[in-house]
Design a protein around this ligand. Structure first.
Ligand SMILES: Cc1cc2nc3c(=O)[nH]c(=O)nc-3n(C[C@H](O)[C@H](O)[C@H](O)COP(=O)(O)OP(=O)(O)OC[C@H]3O[C@@H](n4cnc5c(N)ncnc54)[C@H](O)[C@@H]3O)c2cc1C
Length: 839
């Protein structure tokens, strides 16, 4: 056995072998894969082999697209049959909401280049003659989709990797992983040790066991998943004899199952409620080709709907039921990328559609490992989207929930209920008493909006319109039985209430709890110099000035965004998005010098943030502090410590809503006191709390960009319109060289703000296609109704030639084309007069 390797991949399932293949293809032929038993003996061997292209995530969608094309090329390359059956995939819709979901998805598909057809019920019958079509509104079909033989695919990947020089050790178990003082990894196995620069964990159901070897709490716990294979059916056998094409993979999303032909019979795979997590402590050491006892009772509701939809399924006997472990994460997407806190340790874990994702996941991870960055936006699958809160009890509840919701409607405003509340701020119960309707980000409860007292959605507005198994379209009832929020792809019941919050803020004053913000203090003799070397916008020379600064990639794309403020001499306070705390802090830690000249202290939990915004905010704050708040004393984009009544805070004159205001960053234990004082002082001005949805609507009116929408590693800082936050007149910072070169080359995309015309009930949300004369010229990245400007708006990335103000384009929202006009940035208050208002 070798004692050195460039990279060691642990795990010989389809995901690990694909990672090895792609590392070798990028030239790292001295990479090694270690598998404790035989290749595919984990989850891969029993997978049904479906390759669903359908996915609402921009990251996962691109990964799946790559895989489906790559598997066919791999067959050519290796000469090994991967068993790809290109029979297409048909997803049925029985409800209007489901159709909206498909039409929303059509935007994702078009913008990432996945072909899609829309079928009438009659056309479904043509492709799937054994399918009853009553109650169906229509279907979408992926002509390039189908299924594959997972074991054959894995063997072809292994051959491809070996042909490129990589080595695979089977029947060899990794027993320990230790980082050496020089940063290399010592991978210990039961057959000897290997020293490697990089380690990739691709261990499927063993993910937590592998993570434990290096002190990681990997947020993966598998869930049981079953599928049923029937005896051959004469009608299918007859079709085969006649040489008729195989019927596509059929998905009845509203009944939560998939079905396809299998050896003249049928294969049915339901995603049922109540499927339990398994292998909580990981599989046993001798686990191999393992299946669990089947539980048909749990599948019965789905079997009944399957028989109704495809009567042939009920006409033949069951040949075998497979019940196997399928790895899950709290949001159902895999975790692909760097492990937080560890250098050169990578995760390719948590794959619930691992056969589909393996190609793209291996490809992008290899790009990341070898070149230092992936080439597509991976924020949706980054391991650092979860934090240390995602421990066993949380994972059990969330992963079962993610499994049960595979086929439910993925409403953009859906807020799933399991394992909540988990992280609450001190004002949580006060906000709740004021009508707060909460969502969850990174485990934090945040009020999305406020329901008026006694408000509830009328019961007759809650149904989805048909008797479906996945009728899950509203928030759970409050303790007193009221249901206050209905989810939708369109404007829903909370729309007007959000509008009232915007009005209250823009005409008076509002308060918003943004304590979830990620916060880090950077100090030490080298702090300023180091920050300047990593940030595109240097730390302001003048103490008290605030800068918006980005950590870019080497290619000039955006990795992280920080608000930076020197809050004590030589000590810098960095604030970033709450959702990306683990990500952003890991980015900083990995870039920090190791010579002790810079100290990083994460302080998220120590500081709360209350945003006071609106034209009356100065008058409210003035009642509580002696610090002068006029423009000369306290200009926009500056900050200072102030007293707030008996309490204290760092007041930052910035906000994300474009109104006069201050963010009060305060010791968390003083939060309720400050909140009560603000509410009391603001009473005479009609102060009211506002939520994340009002904030977002106002941010869109200011054309404010967000990671991972308009800001992403896929777009250069120039393309995202960050020119004023990039200072090239400095020696060096990450991405500088690329930006200089890109300035010469010119942009591929331009960030624009669009006014969308003719919208009555469905605003853009992001991912809609933008066309000119029928041709795709860009994609929306965000959108919503701008209450202050009275317009439906979208933010978008378009081809440079389409970015001129006044350009007329088309944007397709839920299948309907709307005229859209490129308008100037920041349609609300383009000169920032409200933000700069004096008084
Ligand atoms: C019933 C069922 C049907 C499914 N159908 C589909 C489908 O149709 N389409 C789809 O895309 N996905 C499907 N899946 C999911 C799919 O099976 C998985 O996502 C995929 O197989 C995961 O591959 P993997 O390489 O991550 O994990 P695995 O295949 O489990 O491989 C991990 C490997 O790591 C090895 N390993 C672990 N620890 C160590 C160690 N310490 N040292 C050495 N080796 C180690 C294990 O032995 C194992 O071989 C299905 C799953 C189930 C249960």
């Amino acid at each position: 056995m070798k004692d050195r390797a460039r990279a060691v991949v642990i795990g010989g399932g389809v995901v690990g072998v694909s990672t090895l293949y792609h590392l070798a293809r990028k030239g790292w032929s001295d990479s090694v894969l270690i598998e404790r038993k035989e290749l595919t003996s984990g989850s891969t061997w029993h997978a049904a082999g479906l390759l669903p292209l359908f996915n609402l995530s921009y990251s996962v969608g691109q990964i799946h697209k790559y895989s489906v094309r790559f598997y066919q090329e791999l067959q050519e390359e290796t000469g090994m049959n991967v068993g790809f059956t290109n029979c297409s995939n048909i997803r049925l819709a029985r409800t209007k909401d489901r159709w909206d979901e498909y039409m929303y998805y059509a935007g994702v598909a078009e913008t990432i280049g996945v072909p899609l057809k829309i079928l009438t019920p009659e056309e479904v019958k043509e492709v799937w003659p054994l399918c009853e079509t009553d109650g169906i509104l229509g279907a979408i079909q992926h002509p390039e989709d189908g299924y594959i033989q997972p074991a054959d695919l894995t063997q072809a990947l292994a051959k491809g990797a070996r042909d490129r020089g990589a080595t695979i050790y089977r029947n060899t178990a990794v027993t320990g992983i230790e980082q050496q003082p020089d940063g290399q990894w010592l991978v210990k196995t039961d057959k000897g040790d290997i020293l490697a620069e990089h380690v990739v964990s691709a261990t499927g159901n063993f993910a937590r066991k592998t993570g434990a070897m290096v002190g990681l709490d990997v947020p993966v716990i598998p869930v049981e998943h079953q599928y049923i294979v029937t005896e051959p059916h004469p009608a299918i056998v007859e079709r085969k004899k006649k040489g008729l094409p195989e019927m596509g993979v059929l998905r009845e999303a509203d009944s939560s199952w998939y079905m396809r032909e299998e050896n003249g019979g049928l294969l049915l795979g339901p995603y049922e409620k109540g499927a339990p997590v398994c292998y909580v402590d990981g599989p046993s050491d001798d686990s191999e080709y393992e299946l669990f006892q089947e539980d048909l009772d749990r599948l019965m509701p789905h079997i009944e709907t399957a028989v109704a939809r495809v009567p042939a399924f009920g006409e033949v006997g069951i040949k075998k039921v497979y019940n196997g472990a399928i790895a899950y994460t709290p949001d159902g997407s895999p975790i692909i990328g760097p492990a937080p806190g560890l250098r050169n340790f990578w995760l390719n874990e948590g794959h619930s559609f691992g056969v589909t994702a393996a190609g793209g996941a291996g490809w992008q991870l290899a790009e990341w490992i070898v070149d230092g960055e992936p080439t597509i936006d991976m924020m949706g699958v980054d391991p650092r989207r979860f934090g240390p809160y995602a421990t066993e009890g949380y994972l059990k509840e969330k992963n079962e929930e993610a499994y049960a919701n595979v086929f439910t409607m993925h409403y953009p405003d859906e807020e799933r209920a399991a394992a909540r509340p988990l992280k609450t701020t001190p004002v949580y119960s006060r906000l709740k008493a004021l009508g707060g309707v909460f969502g969850s980000v990174y485990g934090w409860e945040r009020a999305n909006w406020y329901a008026p007292e006694g408000y509830s959605v009328p019961a007759d507005e809650l149904g989805v319109g048909a008797d479906v198994l996945t009728a899950h379209n509203h928030a759970p009832a409050l303790e007193d039985g009221r249901i206050v929020e209905k989810w939708s792809f369109r404007r829903s019941n909370y729309f007007e209430h959000v509008g009232n919050e915007v009005k209250a803020v823009s005409e008076g004053v509002g308060v918003l709890d943004m304590s979830a913000f990620a916060k880090m203090e950077v100090s030490g003799p080298g702090a300023r110099g180091w920050l300047d070397s990593i940030l595109a916008n240097p730390v302001p020379k003048k103490r008290g000035r605030i800068a918006l600064s980005h950590v870019l990639t080497r290619h000039g794309g955006v990795r992280s965004e920080f608000t930076v403020y020197e809050w004590k001499p030589g000590r810098f306070y960095l604030v970033s998005a709450g959702a990306y705390e683990a990500h952003d802090h890991d980015v900083l830690r990995k870039l920090a010098p190791t010579d002790g000249s810079v100290t990083l202290q994460p302080i998220t939990q120590m500081y709360g943030v209350l945003v006071l915004a609106g034209p009356k905010s100065r008058e409210v704050l003035r009642k509580l502090t002696r610090t002068p708040l006029d423009n000369a004393s306290f200009p926009w984009l500056t900050a200072k410590p102030i007293s707030v009544g008996t309490a204290s805070a760092h007041a930052l004159r910035v906000n994300f809503v474009g109104e006069l205001g201050w963010e009060l960053h305060h010791p968390i234990e003083q939060q309720t006191v400050i909140f009560d004082m603000l509410m009391e002082a603001g009473a005479e001005f009609g102060i009211r709390p506002f939520g994340i949805r009002a904030m977002t609507a106002m941010a869109i009116e200011k054309s404010y960009r967000l990671i991972p929408r308009e800001l992403s590693i896929e777009y250069s800082a120039w393309e995202s319109g960050l020119d004023r936050f990039v200072k090239l007149d400095r020696e060096d910072f990450i991405g500088r060289d690329a930006l200089v070169a890109l300035k010469e080359k010119g942009p591929r995309w331009r960030f624009v703000t669009l006014e969308v015309h003719g919208v009555t009930d469905a605003d853009a949300r992001g991912n809609e296609s933008i066309r000119k004369d029928g041709l795709l010229v860009g994609r929306a990245t965000h959108g919503g109704y701008g209450w202050r400007v009275g317009k439906s708006l979208a933010l978008a990335m378009v081809e440079p030639g389409m970015a001129q103000e006044g350009t007329e384009l088309d944007i397709v929202i839920l299948g309907k084309a709307h005229k859209a006009t490129v308008i100037g940035e920041s349609p609300f208050d383009p000169d920032n007069l409200a933000l700069r208002a004096d008084g």
